[in-house]
Ligand binder design. Structure first.
Ligand code: URA
Length: 424
């Protein structure tokens, strides 16, 4: 086998064998194949795609490049979102599903670029430790049924290397590559049940629903082929999920939802994802599981799970009753309508970048976050606003000059002026 033949085959859309793909992944991971040759192959994949069999083989080779987690828990469920803006669903779905008797064990990442990361959100809770060992993780799971930690051990080293190369070579947006990247990590986590939230729209990797459906279908097939109970749900990311964007602001919104104070799109998606997990765990039909999930919220049991999990992670559990203990921003800036207008849509990627500029995200891996920073959306798509109504409010503690963020925020709003012309 040699790398030139492999690049040429993919360039000509000829199918690679399982052995060739394994050789390629292992060769790149151990440094035998240099970045420039792997980049040429990745670009050929971006242009020509891969067959299903090739995508399965790529996923398996990447999964097997490192450790595979084996938890001492009889049945575990995991969820994954392909990334979005204001996406705090893991903080809600985990406690809801655990409150219904199914253990949710999750490893999450930090935010990079316009999308937030669940680990950053959890670290906005005073004292909360995300860097637990596997025995500590198992202990919390056996006590509360829910825990999220940052990645530990050496899961999928091949993905780490390939993903950073893709980021640097414009080869991220390929359905088979995204699928193999996500599924290899999820299969290495090795949960029995896997629910995938595949997003489409202005804040997502997949810009339209059809592409997201193709990705969802492929991920489900790979999950099933690996012996997992797997369901992929396609959801809209053309507007932020919920009203709050930014670490502590999102924790606050998740708690308010679990307190039963808010409903809407965020609630509906969380109930749907929770119900799918419960159904796969054999808790009943989808309808019955929807009911179970709703009751877990309305009874306060899901909030109790979150409270106990936060305490066992060393965090200040009192935030579950008093969200004002969370980091509070010192500064705010209101973006207001200048005329009567109708809100037509949002560019979520721009909203994510606005939040980043305010201090909630990082451009570079080692940037320090302002946990209090972010945005609260004061309107939704379809709303009619009068002149001077607030469109959104920007918050920060570290960013004293809001001008760049305000320009970006305004660019993120699509609207039409509805003010009637005045005649003299
Ligand atoms: N998330 C991942 O982990 N990998 C991708 O390729 C895209 C999103």
């Amino acid at each position: 086998m040699n790398i030139i033949d492999i690049i040429n085959k993919t360039k000509k859309s000829q199918e690679l064998s399982e052995d060739e793909i394994l050789w390629l992944v292992n060769g790149y991971t151990n440094g035998d194949i240099p970045d420039y040759q792997m980049s040429a192959w990745l670009m050929a994949v971006c242009l020509n795609g891969l067959t299903e069999a090739e995508t399965f083989a790529l996923t398996a080779a990447m999964r097997d490049s490192g450790d595979i987690l084996k938890l001492n828990i009889p049945l575990t469920a995991d969820k994954h979102s392909t990334g979005g803006v204001g996406d705090k669903t893991s903080l809600i779905v985990g406690p809801v599903v655990a409150a219904c008797g199914v253990c949710v064990a999750k490893m999450s990442g930090r935010g990079l670029g316009h999308t937030g990361g669940t680990i950053d959100k959890l670290e906005s809770i005073e004292g909360y430790r995300t860097d637990l060992s596997i025995p500590e993780f198992e202990k919390i799971l056996s006590q509360t049924g829910f825990s999220i930690i940052s990645q530990t051990g050496e899961l999928c080293p091949a993905d780490k290397k390939i993903y950073s190369l893709r980021n640097a070579t414009g080869t991220v947006d390929s359905i088979p590559l995204i699928c193999a990247s996500i599924m290899s990590k999820k299969l290495a986590m090795n949960a029995d049940i896997l629910v995938l939230d595949v997003k489409y729209g202005s804040g997502a990797f997949m810009k339209n629903r059809k592409e997201a459906e193709r990705l969802a279908d492929l991920m489900e097939k790979i999950g099933a082929a690996a012996g997992k109970k797997c369901k992929a749900v396609v959801t809209d990311m053309n507007s932020p999920l919920g009203k709050n964007i930014g670490n502590a602001l999102e924790v606050r919104e998740a708690i308010e939802l679990l307190q039963g104070k808010t409903k809407g799109k965020l609630y509906d998606i969380c109930i749907e994802l929770s119900a799918e997990m419960l159904r796969l765990a054999g808790k009943g039909s989808l309808q019955e599981c929807i009911q179970l999930a709703k009751e877990a919220v309305s009874s306060g049991k899901a909030l109790d799970v979150l409270r106990s999990t936060i305490r066992l992670h060393g965090g200040n559990e009192r935030i579950c009753d008093d969200t004002s203990i969370l980091p509070q921003p010192q500064l705010k800036y209101e973006i207001r309508a200048t005329k009567e207008m109708k809100i037509l849509g949002f560019n979520c990627e721009e909203l994510g970048m606005t939040s980043l500029l305010l201090g909630a995200g990082r451009l570079n891996k080692n940037d320090k976050l302002d946990m209090s920073a972010g945005i609260i959306m004061n309107c939704e798509i379809g709303d009619h606003l009068n002149a001077d109504d607030i469109i959104m409010t920007l918050y920060s503690t570290v960013c004293s000059d809001f001008s760049d963020a305000a320009v970006r925020a305004l660019n993120a709003v699509k609207f039409e002026i509805t003010e009637k012309p005045s005649y003299t």
